[in-house]
Design a protein. Sequence first.
Length: 345
Amino acid sequence: MRVLGIETSCDETSASVLRGTGNDVTLESLVILSQDVHRIFGGVVPEIASRQHLTAVLPVIDQALGDAGVTFTDLDAIAVTHAPGLVGALLVGVAVAKGLSMTTGVPLVGVHHLEGHLFATSLEHPAAVPPFVALLVSGGHTMLLDVPAWGRYEMLGRTRDDAAGEAFDKAAKLLGLPYPGGRHLEALALHGDPARNRFTRPMLRRDQKPGDADYYDVSFSGLKTAVMLAAKASANLEIDGRHIARGFQDALTETLAEKVARAVRATGRTSVVLGGGVACNLSLISAIQERVGMRVAVHAPSPRIATDNAAMIARAGLFHAERGAWAQLDLVATSSADIPGMILR
Ligand code: KG4
Ligand code: ZN
């Protein structure tokens, strides 16, 4: 099957063509247009995002088809992100996908953005297929899942407040770094002294037991406050910023690594898959690998595939298309929804 993927849930306009069967897939093209305009505002402005998607989406799709050397007659499915995200931004992709499906006769698949992030890593690492423990760390979500098979996602834990990416972005802003701040903070932390600002590891205590509500859950709002206080107390943020960044990143990554290690122990899985924008953070990847040991494989995507892109939407779309899970023209764009196949505890 050959699938065109379309992603417009936040501030990336992206289209991709992918061909394959089951887990055997080939990426034929991937075009990602990042909306730089939001940097001026230090965050995504929904109305501007929608308008930019509107002008970019057709040229981006054209380019993806052209790069793959195909036309609509070569496609078996059009997969589009329909939830979750900014509803006005999602609507652009959904409306365009419906229009294209209607005029070309190529059937439509609706994809949940986070299911896309779960599939993304397998595009670069063929072994990143179920069963695995998944850590989804994006700008809007943070979840720890057990994935026995594609389409079956058992929720183990989640954030009680800020998502990991959101915490990175807010901490970065407090340190005067540009938006989105995750990768800038990672770069700054490289030069930081880990002993200078040792922040409390949030939601992490030795006496937590399996079954306790906070055994797998995380929370980052307190850590954000700690960064704010440290930044305020600093007489020279130019110098102290790197130590604060290091302290923040260490606390966040060590907390997530311990929660992942707990999930690996409880499920007996031998593979961990990271997904979402924060998943390419090298400090997070090495903290997890260190914590789970070398007998457990840790698969992480490159920055291009970790952050929002349409290849992951096409990949998840292929899974649903192969099962005949077609969407109809009543497909709606929704700002929040559970991943299909999610088992909540
Ligand atoms: O998955 P994503 O592209 O968008 C959402 O679905 O939310 O994730 C974007 C997030 C942003 O918060 C960004 O700062 C963060 O991923 N991010 C990083 C890194 N690269 C991107 N966070 C930490 N370290 C990085 N290297
Ligand atoms: Zn995302």
